[in-house]
Design a protein around this ligand. Structure first.
Ligand SMILES: *[C@@H]1O[C@H](CO)[C@@H](O)[C@H](O)[C@H]1NC(C)=O
Ligand SMILES: *[C@@H]1O[C@H](CO)[C@@H](O)[C@H](O)[C@H]1NC(C)=O
Length: 289
């Protein structure tokens, strides 16, 4: 069983770690300056707190699973603070796997940090929610080194599923998929709020018309909007990554969605009015199911 580091112990990271510790892997993480809630999640997942130096010396894999805006800084910190000097002779440095929702350009900037490092680098993308019970998200991975990729895909024996593709493609896939799923959730949200700003009666009529002519969409709204609210803060940076992936012009819609999700996060911290509008709309939609 390999030693694996999972950074950080967020909702996804700790759930992935739990799968690995249940399979008998030793899973390290770094809890410097982390909140009590993160420490609790890490404990419950069986993760052990370790310095980056210790992680560099003892792990075969380092999985970076963070909000996308923190991905580059973590890779820099890992390279700066991990050292292979204490590794047993002949033991290879850990392979650093970026599993974050960053676009291929950001991914290439992160990969470039490893060009002079003894650590090898893999691009990976997680599609789906955190593992639980019998459910596992899919890990798509890409690398130009086939034997390295085969080693990572071998990790599926420890609970991760993989499928090999070309370098940068795992990130591109993640951007395309999240652009569709989180993009449509953003469109739903933006239009419900805009209708309500026109007048509450407009939002009611929108609901009525969706029910009459687009019942599948209305069901989807009821299903995807509520779980978006607590995650909106994470999607702010992800939308910016997607905007960069699509490129100027067309990609600008994702800058708009980034602002939308930032507004949702803000509403949660302030008067909560937008959240109330969304909750009411969803409650009415559910009544019609
Ligand atoms: C933790 O936070 C303190 C104070 O903000 C800072 O000086 C220190 O560098 C941080 N440590 C790590 C490991 O980030
Ligand atoms: C590919 O990865 C394998 C396994 O980690 C490593 O031994 C090999 O040196 C790598 N090849 C290149 C060209 O980097």
């Amino acid at each position: 069983m390999p030693n694996i580091a999972v950074i950080a112990a967020g909702a996804m990271g700790s759930a992935v770690a739990k799968v690995l510790t249940r399979r008998g892997c030793k899973v390290l993480t770094n809890l410097d300056n982390r909140s009590e809630e993160t420490r609790r999640r890490a404990r419950e997942a069986g993760m052990q707190d370790a310095s980056f130096e210790e992680i560099g010396a003892t792990c075969e894999w380092v999985l970076s699973i963070l909000p996308p805006s923190e991905a580059f800084a973590l890779a820099e910190k890992f390279i700066r603070e991990s050292t292979t000097s204490t590794r047993l002779a002949g033991a290879p440095a850990p392979v650093f796997v970026d599993c974050n929702a960053v676009n291929p350009a950001t991914l290439h900037r992160i990969a470039a940090l490893f060009s002079d490092s003894s650590s090898q680098f893999i691009d990976a993308a997680i599609i789906g929610g955190p593992p639980e019970d019998d459910y596992n998200p899919t890990f798509y991975a890409s690398s130009s080194n086939d034997s390295l990729l085969a080693r990572f895909v071998g990790l599926s024996n420890y609970g991760l599923k993989g499928e090999g593709v070309g370098i940068g493609d795992a990130s591109a896939l993640k951007m395309s998929y999240a652009g569709i799923t989180k993009g449509t959730t953003g469109l739903f949200t933006a239009m419900i709020l805009a209708a309500h700003r026109a007048s509450p009666a407009t939002a009611d009529a929108l609901l009525h018309e969706l029910h009459e002519s687009q019942p599948v969409l209305l069901k989807r709204i009821a299903r995807v909007v509520p779980p978006m609210v607590p995650k909106a803060y994470r999607w702010v940076g992800e939308m910016t990554e997607i905007a960069g992936f699509v490129g100027e012009g067309e990609g600008d819609i994702y800058h708009g969605l980034s602002q939308l999700y930032s507004g949702i996060e803000e509403s949660g911290k302030t008067d909560g009015k937008d959240l109330e509008v969304l909750a009411k709309f969803v409650a009415e939609a559910k009544k019609k199911e």
